[in-house]
Every structure is written in C-alpha cells, then in structure tokens.
Design a protein around this ligand. Sequence first.
Ligand SMILES: C[S@@+](CC[C@H](N)C(=O)[O-])C[C@H]1O[C@@H](n2cnc3c(N)ncnc32)[C@H](O)[C@@H]1O
Length: 260
Amino acid sequence: MSMLRFDESGARSTERTYASPDVAAQRREVLSLLAPRPGERVLDVGSGPGYLLASIAEAVGPTGAAHGLDPSPAMNALATARTDGMPWVHIDDGDAVALPYPDGAFDAAASIQVYEYVADIAGALSELRRVLRPGGRSLILDTDADSLVWHTADQELHRRVLAAWEEHLVHPRLPRTLAGLLRRAGFQVTEQRVYAMFNAQLAPDAFSTRYMDTIARFVVGRQGLREADAAAWLADLRARSDEGDYLFSINRYVFLATAT
Ligand SMILES: C[S@@+](CC[C@H](N)C(=O)[O-])C[C@H]1O[C@@H](n2cnc3c(N)ncnc32)[C@H](O)[C@@H]1O
C-alpha cells in the first residue's frame, strides 16, 4: 500500500492544512528555536509548501542563503511561488538520503515532519550531518502516532481508521528513537521538547478539522474500510463537537542537535 502522496492535490491539501493558525503557531516555535541569523546558510529538508522556508529566508536576508529541498514537484512549485522575489532562496529537487550539497555547506538545518516518511533514516541523518559545518545546528520535528488523543463514541471504528492512517508513514513512532539515531549520526543532542497540538473545539480553521478530512480520504480501501465507514467516523467526530464533547490532541517531538 502506498504512503501519503504529495502530488498536486496532496500538496494543495497540505498547504491548506498548514495555513491553519495551529500549524502557524508551531512554525513560530520552530523558528524561534532554530533562530536563523542574518547572513547564515540554512537548509530546510522536505520544505513542502515553503511556509517555514519563507520565514527562514526573511531571517537570513539577502546576505545569507535559504535552501528548500523536496522530491515533490508539486510541493516545490508551491514553495517557489511562496518565496518569489527573494533571489537568495533556492528550491532544490532532491531526497533527504542523497543531499545535493557539498560537505559543511550549511550553518543550520530544519526538517519538519519529513523523516517519518524516509525509510533509510540512518542514511538521511548521516547526510544531514555531512552538509552541516562542525558546530552547525539542526532542528527536527516528528510526530508519534501513540500521542494522538481524539474522542469518539465508536472506539472500534476509530481504532481501524487510525490503523489505516498509520500506513501514510514509514516510521509512525520515530521520535522515541530519534535522539539515539542523531547521536549515532554524529550529532550532540542539545535539547528535546514536546509541542502539543490541542483543539477543544472543531472550529472551521482548527488543525484537526482539516486533518480529519485528509485521514477520511486516505483510509478508504485500507484495513477493509469503505466510504461509508470513513463517513461514519467523520460524523462521529462532528457529533462529539455538536454535543460539546470534542477533544483532539497530538504531540510533535522537537530535537535540537549540533553537528560534532
Ligand atoms: C508533511 S509534509 C511537511 C512539509 C514541510 N516540512 C512543512 O512542515 O511544512 C512532508 C514533506 O516531506 C517530503 N518528503 C517525503 N519524503 C521525502 C524524502 N525522502 N526526502 C525529502 N523530503 C521528503 C514530502 O514531499 C513533503 O513535502
């Protein structure tokens, strides 16, 4: 079974979801922890629709360089449009496991919800280490599927939907092994923290409102789920909201590490 596809419609759907105030707040946190400075060379691995890349570019300014790398042409088109007018931004077609840059090319790098999709995680981290200068800093953020709390009435259907949704990633529980993987790749882990995404209401622009639609589309045809099952699961969540009983939360785990 294939993972989530970042083709034209997948890229646009990610762009819409990541425009939500919840994801924008997460990005502000990431940016303040990465703290890109004027004149720095910074890489965003798996830059997707380019929201973070645009903010990095503003921070490093024209004396620096901001590179976004992604294998999805549709994502790269969105990132190119988003960073138009900033010639110090470069959108590069490529894969995290074979970065098209020389050794020590960057002062800092970020990779937000990307390594969970990459099968050869050790190879990808070794590449990240290679393209950072010694002392260069990195920030990695990924989700652990077990951190998801979502209130539904039909627990059995919910369990099947989440089992099917796990197929969208290669590593649904990457954070619990990431610190060790980083150390073995030649990083010193300087900080680990959790960022909780929390919705107490099913507001139109809430992250979980858009997330549930993505999940409902993805799970049909997996784990024996039909269109009607996905519709029933969505209706269950909406009913929780109508009854004033809605609760969604998921954790993003953040790792700050320095290249040794
Ligand atoms: C969930 S999106 C996150 C995008 C972006 N980092 C953000 O936070 O807005 C995952 C991104 O990872 C990219 N991706 C998937 N596999 C990759 C790989 N092997 N190397 C680099 N990027 C990859 C996808 O194309 C997609 O743009």
